[in-house]
Design a protein. Sequence first.
Length: 325
Amino acid sequence: MARSETPQIAVTGAAGYIGSRLLVELQAQHPDWEITTIDNFYEGTIGSVEDVDIDHVDIHDRRRLEDALSGADVVLHLAAVSGVDDCATHSDLAYEVNVRGTNNVAWFCCQTGAALVFPFSMAVVGDPEQFPITVDHPRDPVNWYSRTKLISERSIDEFAVDSFPAHQYMIPNVYGRHEVEGTTVSKSTVINFFVDRARAGKPLTVYEPGSQSRNVLHMTDVARAYLRSAERLLERQADGATDVEKFELASDEDTSVEAVARLVQRAAAEQAGIDVPVRLVENRPGRRRDAGRVIYRRYKRRSGATGLGGTADRRRRGRIVFRLS
């Protein structure tokens, strides 16, 4: 049960890739819930979904954020500067949104008791030491994007103590696209990149050696997991829970990038009659990765940051399916 008679759910980053899909799912499965949505439209392209308008709010503006979230029972916090390259290029903005903005959201929950859902990304692991990867795996992020997610994960752990219940998700590479009132919402993920090139009849380029693996999950599965968290957190909130639970969302296989390209190649031929080659190309230098290390070392020296684990409670399993039509 919510603290109010009608659950009030807030979504940050609601105009974005996952946020817009989550909004569709919320309206379809819980039309009685009151939904508040905000975004700064840095990348988001959706202004509304059905009768829900998305308000322009920057989460690093604490006063405006708290006004926008006022009354929320659960906050689904998806607002972020995502992507390794974007965070390396705009490191200050990544800090303002991913770190400071998340702290503002967590502080709101700390002050009001609102429950919180937050995805911190499988990228916080860095180069895995063991498989399967769970939320207990040691943290060793290798770029600024994953480091901002680690900082936020740790902050939420601390803010939640004796204050609010939270679900934190370790998510893999997400793929897929959807339509919202005639607008296509997509993102430059590995699979979407291959699908777009196949549709254009262009070669599917894979960085050598091609055996590097990716765990991938469809955007709709991720959005529905967050919705289930909202349902569960309303119950835990009513029980007076004030702790953090962590979960992995993942498919049941880690597929090599070359194998993914071959799957898209086959789907293009079978579904659309498009023949495209798969080409291995020389790998890029790791200059952005090195820059990310420097940024994080500065933070780590100041804060004494270390990795932390959690408890693996459930895993979302699925398989890769492509549709080009």
